[in-house]
Design a protein around this ligand. Structure first.
Ligand code: NAI
Length: 328
């Protein structure tokens, strides 16, 4: 057995963490022989429920879990971490403007970015889920200038998986048969699910689903609004599927991407496809097992360009609202 991978998780008493931690602990992420050391980070108010989670983890006697530490101090929690999952953030409350949410949650990511830069392992990689995930990721990254920009990711895989599932259902296929389903832009209702390059059973989606009106309207809206539909049905936001998507995101980064496949990850734009360098945007990506790269030279239609323009404009607006949190 190799030495344990140290994994820091913020928001560890929250709903997503409750689904994510046991999967990491049972080897779904790093495999059935890789030991893990868990650093669970919460705010003071979350420490008591977090102690309950830890009791359950002990009661599960996971054979891969080397150690469990809990803390409300990010400087302790990120110590030596190889991977950080940033889930912790405050939910939007009634009467709160998007700008207020960005500012309140943004400050959390300033502190966490700084703590990661000071204390994490030199190979730290960070996946942000806490919303607004793309801009929070940008804030943390900018406050950790010593951590290379290609180590920061925000999650758009849940949107990809939702889109794959919807397409599969429409033609009575299976989501495993839906490939190259890219999400572009922001993890928000402006995201663009690129059905023009996706395939079902190896055939272009539009050949299999001969209904452009459905694809441009119902399909896109359902992907964009799926989070709200889950809240309406469950009374709580997606947690099981978000945790699964977090696992699949990291696997798509550390494992070699299958041929004829790509996956959606939000990462720091290098200017590809005219998307402002430095913005954290979702792109189709491929991994060689060590490096994650944006898939180059995908021909984009005028329709796609317009949709991507809209979602990138929203990312620019979010960035403009938090400039005071971004050191130059
Ligand atoms: P939750 O409200 O159940 O848990 C959040 C936890 O974060 C709470 O226990 C809270 O005490 C903790 N927290 C707040 N501030 C913190 C801080 N500064 N440090 C450490 N912990 C802190 O929320 P849930 O359902 O687990 O969701 C977590 C986040 O993930 C939310 O922002 C949600 O909107 C987002 N999300 C993102 C998705 C994506 O696709 N990117 C999908 C689904 C959810």
């Amino acid at each position: 057995m190799t030495s344990p991978i140290i994994i820091a998780i913020t928001g560890a008493a929250g709903h997503i963490a409750y689904s994510l931690i046991p999967r990491i602990a049972s080897g779904a992420l790093f495999g059935p022989t890789q030991r893990v050391a868990l650093r669970l980070i919460e705010i003071e108010a979350g420490m008591k429920p977090l102690q309950g989670v830890v009791m359950e983890l002990h009661d599960s006697a996971f054979h891969l879990v080397e150690s469990i530490e809990i803390t409300s101090d990010p400087h302790v929690g990120f110590q030596g971490a190889h991977w950080a999952f940033l889930l912790g953030s405050l939910p939007r409350k009634a009467g709160m403007e998007r700008k207020d949410l960005l500012s309140i949650n943004g400050k959390i990511f300033v502190d966490q970015g700084r703590a990661i830069a000071r204390h994490a392992a030199s190979d730290i990689r960070v996946l942000v889920l806490g919303n607004p995930a793309n801009t929070n990721c940008l804030i943390a990254m900018k406050n950790a200038p010593d951590v290379p920009m290609d180590r920061w990711y925000a999650m758009s895989r849940l949107d990809e998986d939702r889109a794959r599932s919807l397409l599969a259902h429409r033609v009575h296929s299976h989501s495993r048969n839906v490939t190259k389903m890219a999400i572009w832009g922001n993890h928000s209702s402006t995201l663009y699910p690129d059905f023009e390059h996706a395939c079902i059973d190896g055939k272009p989606v539009e050949e299999v689903i001969n209904d452009r009106t459905w694809l441009e309207n119902d399909f896109m809206t359902q992907v964009q609004q799926r989070g709200a539909a889950i809240i309406a049905a469950r009374g709580l936001s997606s947690a099981l599927s978000a945790a699964n998507a977090a696992i699949e995101t990291v696997r798509s980064i550390i494992e070699v991407t299958a041929e004829n496949q790509w996956h959606s990850v939000s990462l720091c734009s290098d200017g590809s496809y005219g998307i402002d360098p430095g913005l954290i945007s979702s792109f189709p990506t491929r991994s060689d097992g060590k490096h994650l790269s944006i898939v180059p030279e995908i021909p984009l239609s005028a329709f796609a360009k317009q949709k991507i323009k809209t979602t990138i404009e929203e990312l620019r607006e979010e960035k403009a609202m938090v400039t005071h949190l971004l050191p130059q």
